[in-house]
Every structure is written in structure tokens, then in C-alpha cells.
Ligand binder design. Structure first.
Ligand code: ADP
Ligand code: MG
Length: 283
């Protein structure tokens, strides 16, 4: 069974005036069908307004399909009786760390989720410990979240989600407000959850260097999935990405330019090591 299955999803935001007349319809998700398998690390790219957040909110049952169906771990998100189970299965981490942390002490904050789920007290503490250790924040458990860096706060927010034992975590530009070292910290934590705990990851990001670890990449434009493939397949199409107003990793761009200039290199180079290897072969 797929972890996430989305079939012909359409979502429109409808704006009405005081008399309830429709004044504007914005189709934010336009007939998307995608599957994500358990344990996959999926990246979603797309410039602002392409519909990424709208899509993500359907996986967490924050929005319901206008048309089409979304299944999370086999559960139809539009069925009311599935709501809490869907939200337990798929936890979401948002862009701004300051809006997600409510506790005045790190360990309390991480315990809120399982507490609300009715997890017995002893098990809550066990989960808080596991989760904080999983994101490398255990030594900060007694600290006030206010005193942490952006990357540390996001790791606490991720621990809060992890403590609810989700099968899937959706990060909606969770690294966008962080500095480069904060982004690295968060990505390291997320990759560890994916590789060690086999948590399915949906990572929405603008940063191409975060995409190279993904098993699968979806590129969105105007509410549609316009490209789908491995990072290598996606980054082999430099011109197409540029047309979609997306950045391309610098080393990929360099390799692409070298190739255009006549140097025989493969497409879709993602790391400096790969590029060096290709150039060495030509010696
Ligand atoms: P992204 O996350 O890729 O930036 P969004 O899903 O936030 O894209 O937005 C997709 C489109 O839907 C945009 O045109 C945006 O303006 C519109 N939109 C998003 N949220 C709302 C809303 N609450 N009401 C009306 N339009 C919205
Ligand atoms: Mg968004």
C-alpha cells in the first residue's frame, strides 16, 4: 500500500463578496495524481504560488479535496472519522519556527503532541527523549526555546512531530527562514529520521542542494506536477528548470555549461565529486 496516494486532486480557493456571490476562483491544485511509498524521501519544488502548500495541506487534512481523493496510509482524508488518525500519520512542519513552539521549556513543548493524543505519562517522557535524541536536541531539553537558534527551534518542532510517531512528515519550506548551518542541521535530522526510522518524508524547499538526497522529485507549476523523476533525471533538464524559474545547483550548471562548450560530460551532475570523477575520466 502507498503511504500517500493522491488521485485527480483539484482544489480551488473561492472568494465571495458580502452577498455570497463568487467574485474570484483560484485553482491552486489542478488535477494532481501522485503516489508516495512508505519510507520514501520525496522533494517538491516549484516557485511561489505553484500550489505546493495547498497540496501539502491536503496530506495533513488541513484542506479537503474539491475534487479527487487523497489517501494517507490507506485512509481517505475526506472521511471525518479518519481526521485524527490522518493527522497522527502525517505530521507537518511549517516555515516559521516561532509559530510552532508553544512550550516554555523544550521537553514540555515536545510532550504536548503525545499528551493531546492521550498517550500515558510515562510513555510521553520516553517519546520526548527518543524524539529529542533523534534530532540531536536532547542536551537542550531543559532550555527555553526562545534562546535557541532558528535551526535548533525547527529541530525542536520536528521532535514535537516525531513524538507523535507519524509515519510521514511533511516539511513545508521548513528550512526557508534558516541560515545555511541551520538548514544543514535540519536536513541532517530529517535524513536520519528517514534512513534510521524509515519515516516517509515530503520535503518542500527552494534549496536545490536539499533535493539531491531525495528518492523522487516532483516539480510543480501553476497547480500541476510538470516534472517527476530522480534528482539526476530532474537536474538533467537544466533549460526546462530555468524556464520554470527554478535555480539549478551550481555544480550542475557548471557541468551543463562545460558540456555545451564541448566537454563530454554526463547530464544531471549533482555533486562536485561526480563532476571531478567525470573530468578525471577524460584525462
Ligand atoms: P506555494 O506554496 O507553492 O507558494 P500556495 O499553495 O500557497 O503555493 O498557493 C497556490 C495559489 O493559491 C496561489 O495563487 C495563492 O495565491 C493561492 N492561495 C493560497 N492560499 C489561498 C487562500 N487561503 N485563499 C485564496 N487563494 C489562496
Ligand atoms: Mg507555500
Amino acid at each position: 500500500m502507498e503511504m500517500i496516494k493522491i488521485k485527480n486532486l483539484i482544489h480551488e480557493y473561492i472568494r465571495r463578496d458580502e452577498e455570497e456571490n463568487v467574485v474570484d476562483i483560484k485553482r491552486a491544485v489542478d488535477d494532481i495524481s501522485i503516489d508516495v511509498k512508505p519510507g520514501e524521501f520525496v522533494a517538491i519544488l516549484g516557485h511561489n504560488g505553484s500550489g505546493k502548500s495547498t497540496l501539502a495541506k491536503h496530506i495533513n487534512a488541513l484542506l479537503y479535496p474539491g475534487e479527487g481523493t487523497v489517501w494517507v496510509n490507506g485512509m481517505d482524508t475526506s472521511a471525518e472519522e479518519n481526521l485524527w488518525k490522518v493527522r497522527e500519520s502525517a505530521g507537518m512542519v511549517f516555515q516559521n519556527p516561532d509559530n510552532q513552539i508553544i512550550g516554555s521549556v523544550v521537553e514540555e513543548d515536545v510532550g504536548f503532541g503525545p499528551e493531546n493524543m492521550g498517550v500515558p505519562t510515562e510513555e510521553i517522557w520516553q517519546r520526548v527523549e527518543e524524539s529529542l535524541k533523534a534530532v540531536g536536541m536532547w542536551q537542550y531539553r531543559k532550555k527555553s526555546p526562545n534562546r535557541l537558534s532558528g535551526g535548533q527551534k525547527q529541530r525542536v518542532a520536528i521532535a514535537g512531530v516525531v513524538a507523535m510517531h507519524p509515519k510521514c512528515i511533511i516539511l513545508d519550506e521548513a528550512t526557508a527562514m534558516l541560515d545555511p548551518s541551520g538548514r544543514k542541521e535540519v536536513l541532517r535530522a530529517v535524513r536520519a529520521l528517514n534512513m534510521v526510522e524509515e519515516v516517509t518524508i515530503i520535503h518542500i524547499t527552494h534549496y536545490m542542494e536539499e533535493v539531491i538526497y531525495a528518492d523522487k522529485v516532483f516539480v510543480m507549476d501553476q497547480g500541476k506536477v510538470v516534472m517527476e523523476g530522480t534528482p539526476k533525471e530532474i537536474f538533467s533538464q537544466v533549460e526546462k528548470l530555468q524556464k520554470l524559474r527554478l535555480d539549478v545547483p551550481q555544480v550542475t550548471l557548471l557541468a551543463h555549461e562545460l558540456k555545451k562548450a564541448g566537454v563530454p560530460i554526463e547530464d544531471g551532475i549533482l555533486t562536485i565529486d561526480e563532476l571531478m570523477e567525470q573530468l578525471d575520466k577524460r584525462k
